[in-house]
Design a protein. Sequence first.
Length: 228
Amino acid sequence: MAVQINPSILSADFARLAEEATAVEGADWLHVDVMDNHFVPNLTLGVPVVESLARATDTPLDCHLMIEDVDRWAPQYVEAGAGSVTFHVEAAAAPVRLAREIRAQGARASMALKPATPIEPYEDLLSELDMLLIMTVEPGFGGQAFLDIMLPKIRRTRELISKHGLELWLQVDGGVSAATIERCAEAGADVFVAGSAVYGANDPAAAVRALRSQASGAMSTAAWACGH
Ligand SMILES: O=C(CO)[C@@H](O)[C@H](O)COP(=O)(O)O
Ligand SMILES: [Co+2]
């Protein structure tokens, strides 16, 4: 099982998005936070910017949709060039139908949980997904402190993935840094979003390599990853 590091463009300079996207070559995916000022109290970017980003970089786009009416919008992000589309279960009217639609369009389907949303009610839905995102901050802003209290939810989700023998990726997003990434990997995450820890560094590509090495080290000794 390989570690994946996804820098979040939210912490980049929006006036130089193409340059900032290519500054993290070597990253697995570029994480793109779409916010509508309704689902979260912040406004970022939409479909036209995702289309331009998809043309500007060879790194696949991991679009994290923090928007209302996501059943209607998510397919447009696949059309815009996203390789993975994450919708929030709190915003989706029909999560299974939406995941199937995203997959049918040829992208990876992913579902996110806000910190207060438990995983247990969605156990039967996991087989419909390619990735589950556990938010480790309240969605809306970069640069917030990691919520340690999310670690048991990460552990529990990893147990459910193992119990059902699924290939689902488990992503964490929010406050992931050199200080917290090992705890996330030990608990069961294998896909790590990092905004300020990457774009706040002098050398973003080196920050990606350092985070990957830390997470790989922690995963190699984690009980959940033994035998993978
Ligand atoms: O989705 C979000 C915030 O809502 C994230 O993707 C942030 O962009 C992560 O930023 P850092 O916490 O790593 O600075
Ligand atoms: Co995000």
